[in-house]
Write a protein that binds this ligand. Structure first.
Ligand code: HEM
Length: 534
């Protein structure tokens, strides 16, 4: 069982009550600026042309703050700082420094500004909880078994059902000669997948021509949390008044939606039948303490899992499809692997998914270039010196820029921008230093849903590769939209149905398709999925 040690009393990033708006200047309670935490801050480079009051805002792109930070990272090097009005931030991307920040004995997750801005909606839910909040450990221990191999193999048939609805939809688009809207359809797929596997709920996304209101409200909330970082605290009430009202409406809709999901489970004759995430949230007693999650915490966990459980996977699938459409030779090789491993099985089983080694490399390489949760923050548990160079006081923190870490030429070479799944060939992975690939974060607070996301994404990519050839619009240039997460904007792909979906392998392959030895569990019975509702 992973435990975080309490950084609460030590760091000053202390408790904000769930939903609390923060300090009067608009900063999350306990926010500690870099000026206080980094005694030798002046040694860290910042952009030239710093303005007296506004700081380093010249040329800033408020709609794409991550890509802005990446641009500055290229100019300023592996550790740099930036001042936005009164707040100074330290950004880190050099692999040596990130490896040091990954040392759990000296550093822990910091609930940074973007994440802290989500506390009004997610409170002390698993993702947004401060390390010291008791509900983090309780929820972690109660929910971690929901991501065991056994639980995952139980989700597999439901994942397949959802993926088949996507195939039906794409078949119809292909017959009609229409291109498909990749991010929109991947969002439908991943929302339905987490809703059904985790909560026995059907949002009816594939029957809708527009996104489900839950998705619209979620995008609104994420975008609002991101925007709040760019607005000076004292001006936020004025500049974001209308936006704050809309955000309150969005949060209310998210809460109504999850309350309905929970009520439906209770109405359906109680809980405990399937051991899905909702059952675990409602029923499971902590083995050590005998505690359960309180009802208001269940609500925050359901929102957390519905959002965290689909938004990033949807982006990861979309970027992977972008690269597959752009690189027909890589798609052909991946397709040959699917044909070889799955043969003519209409519904691949759980174990057959993990055997798609090359498809996994395609996914990893997409997550390298575009890790869809593109930053995470780390704080010092004690006074320390980052990589022997930069003193940090207890509670000082830095934002790790994952897309830049994943492009560090010292690790990934001079061609780090090039899409090349071979970087994830086993020997190449072994040859790289630790902590250089971090799309799922690090340490005790790393992503709990990693295996879920990987299984779902590989299953869907396998099914799509087996069914279609993808053609990218040659005029399309990748634009990346940001709402704390990343998504390829406006990506449409043309499909061509393959003559057969079970062609035996004809392309010579050099990759191993040997199956891992222990992936043969049968699917556990699941609770039937109940009807829609918003
Ligand atoms: C490709 C897909 C995904 C990516 C890239 C991703 C990325 C991440 C990252 C980077 C973190 C750490 C954030 C931090 O340190 O502040 C995280 C945490 C988390 N993720 Fe994911 N995630 C993905 C899919 C999922 C899925 C499918 C679920 C749920 C089913 C999920 C649930 C969570 C939760 C609950 C946390 C908080 C864990 C904790 O603090 O204990 N994620 N994720």
């Amino acid at each position: 069982m992973a435990r975080t040690t309490g950084t609460d009393r030590t760091t000053g990033t202390g408790p904000t009550a769930p939903g609390a708006p923060g300090t009067p200047d608009g900063l999350p309670k306990g926010f500690r600026g870099a000026e206080l935490g980094w005694p030798e801050l002046r040694r860290i480079p910042h952009p030239s042309h710093r303005l007296p009051l506004a700081g380093d805002v010249l040329g800033a792109d408020v709609r794409r703050p991550l890509q802005d930070a990446v641009r500055l990272g290229r100019m300023l090097g592996p550790v740099y700082r930036r001042k936005v009005f009164r707040r100074e931030f330290v950004f880190v991307w050099g692999s040596r420094y990130v490896a040091d920040l990954a040392d759990e004995s000296r550093f822990a997750k910091h609930v940074g500004l973007g994440v802290a801005n989500l506390r009004p909606v997610a409170g002390d839910g698993l993702f947004t909880a401060y390390n010291h909040e008791p509900n983090w450990q309780l929820a972690h221990d109660v929910l971690a078994p929901g991501f065991s191999r056994e639980a995952m193999s139980g989700y597999h048939p439901l994942m397949l059902d959802v993926a088949e609805r996507l195939l039906d939809r794409w078949d119809a688009e292909e017959v009609a000669g229409r291109t498909v809207d990749v991010p929109a359809d991947m969002t439908k797929l991943t929302l339905e997948t987490i809703a059904r596997t985790g909560f026995g709920h059907d949002f009816g996304s594939f029957e809708r021509s527009r996104p489900h209101p839950f998705v619209t409200a979620m995008v609104g909330t994420l975008t609002h949390a991101q925007r709040r970082n760019a607005v000076p605290g004292p001006l936020a009430p004025l500049l974001l008044r209308a936006a704050a009202r809309r955000n309150a409406d969005d949060i209310a809709l998210l809460e109504r939606t999850v309350d309905a999901v929970v009520a439906a489970r209770r109405d359906a004759g109680g809980t405990g039948a399937t051991g899905d995430l909702l059952d675990r949230m409602l029923d499971t007693v902590h083995p050590g303490t005998g505690e359960r999650l309180a009802p208001d915490n269940v609500r925050r966990q359901v929102i957390t899992f519905l959002v965290a459980g689909h938004e990033t996977t949807s982006g990861a699938l979309s970027f992977a499809l972008y690269y597959l459409a752009r690189h027909p030779e890589i798609a052909a090789r991946a397709r040959a692997e699917v044909d070889a491993v799955w043969g003519d099985t209409p519904r691949p089983d759980y174990a057959q998914v993990a055997r798609l080694r090359y498809v996994r490399r395609v996914l990893d390489e997409s997550l390298r270039l575009w890790p869809t949760a593109p930053a995470f923050a780390r704080e010092a548990r004690e006074d320390t010196v980052l990589a022997g160079e930069h003193p940090m006081r207890r509670g000082a923190w830095a934002l790790v820029l994952t897309p830049m870490l994943h492009r560090d030429p010292e690790v990934w070479g001079p061609d780090a921008e090039r899409f090349d799944p071979e970087r994830f060939e086993a020997a190449a992975v072994r040859a790289r230093p630790a902590h250089t690939f971090k799309p799922f974060g690090t340490g005790a607070r790393a992503c709990i849903g990693r295996q879920f996301a990987l299984h779902e994404a590989m299953l869907v990519l396998g099914l799509l590769l087996r069914r279609y050839e993808f053609r990218a619009d040659p005029a399309y240039r990748l634009r990346v939209a940001e709402r704390l997460t990343l998504m390829p904007e406006g990506l449409r792909v043309e499909l061509e149905r393959r003559p057969t979906t079970s062609t035996p392998m004809t392309t010579p392959m050099t990759i191993s398709t040997a199956s891992p030895p222990d992936e043969t569990e049968a699917s556990a019975p699941r609770r039937p999925v109940r009807g829609t509702g918003e």
